[in-house]
Ligand binder design. Sequence first.
Ligand code: NAD
Length: 492
Amino acid sequence: MLKTAERNRKMFVDGKWIDALDGKTYERRTPYDGELVGVYPDADVADVDLAIGVARRAFDYQKGWRYTSAGDRAAVLKRASELMLENIDTLRSTLIEEVGQPKQEGRVTWSAETLDYYSYLIRDRRDDAVTEQRFDALGIIAREPVGVVGALTAWNSPLSIAHKACAALAAGCTLVVKPAHYTAGAIIQFAEIMQEAGLPDGVLNVVTSQRENGAVVGQAISASHDVDMLTFTGSTFTARKIMATAAGSIKRLNLELGGKSPHVVCADVKDMRAAASAAARGVMGLTGQSCQAGTRLLLQESIKDEFLALLMEEFAAVRLGDPFDPATTAGPLVSEEQLGRVSAYVETGKSEAKLILGGGRPEGSQFDRGFFFEPTIFDDVSPSARIAQEEIFGPVLSILTFTDIDDAIRIANDTIYGLAAAVWTNDINDALRFAKRIRAGIVWVNGYRDTSVLKGMPMGGYKGSGIGREHGREGLDAFLETKSIMINLAQG
Ligand code: NAD
């Protein structure tokens, strides 16, 4: 049992479990019944300065993490992966309590697999040599850790910190992590696992804070000259502020941002039931609070009525409720603020399109204490409508139609986002035409998200959905600097 499973939680700085310097705390309550999840230190700028100083020294120190062998770093990651699986029940419970969503064990196994993957990748990484250009000269293109990394995370998938951290740690970087304030518990537990796995003190530091929705501490990390790189998961809106703040210290940015992903179904789809099921899961996963949610469903005109009938059956099978109940398939929204945001978008939608499902709070006393919202579908949505253009981050699906694959590609590309996209078709030419022309970082053919667990596939967005990639070799490269070493052999 992890020590951090208790309700009074501490921050993790320099290998110690500490309170905020001014002793302030905040509470997190579940979004489904309002019970206490945990009490957390509410850090201010002084706390984050302390953590950054620790991470800086842990990086610069002559015997620090970056001077360890790849094998030693791999061993820590491998052990952490095993410990995550040994503690899957605790991590799963914390995720369910904080995020409010059912079936979180897959998130834990995915993180454990990613740690394991990077433990192999770092052992296998090689630098390049230039040997043939001149007989009396040798070039080495070496890659080195970028330095101190500030990691700012979103609340919908807290354990994605493992994906950032394992690549940064594999590279030899040190970290200061600021979790989203709703979901700090699983990240604190991740820190305990890393400590138990043998990570040296000061290499990974976690600072929890709710001041101004985490912006006070987040801005301090973004602005710091002692932080060499930011890896941020969050909204495109916040990313703009972070880029502006980070400009003062010229740091590297890896940004995993929002989306408005198109899910396209062509008339020649082989299995319409499978596509309808994927369309429902594509938007209802995490109750629509997923960056990759397929919130724009594009149907070829000739199959629209038939497809909608199947889709309605799939949505009828959605079970909102207590996320610990095995029968539940969708939980509440994460907070009252998020409930207000989704409700406002749905009101906008009612004036822009035709509401054909949901559109409000569900009825029943079991929903009274939580931030539940009905699965909601709008039909006849214009590509330019706000509900077709803006990320709502809730269980709201917009239905649009198209004439042929080129029309679908044009509509699909017509947003500021470019995170993910999917096409269902039995025509290989249409599938490849779509895959090559869509401006998005992830494309599925005849599926939605079910293939995202393929090992080593990089993930990230085009356009307003981000900069850089996580996962795969690209995820490791994100945390590496490149150095050209030129050796004059004639002087030897
Ligand atoms: P958010 O942008 O509100 O917050 C993200 C993080 O930034 C939090 O830790 C927050 O405390 C911090 N923050 C807030 N204001 C800040 C500021 N001014 N300076 C520095 N830090 C600040 O996002 P959210 O509501 O927590 O998460 C939802 C968003 O995350 C959605 O847009 C979703 O699409 C996106 N997301 C993207 C991915 C991806 O991989 N592309 C994954 C998950 C979530």
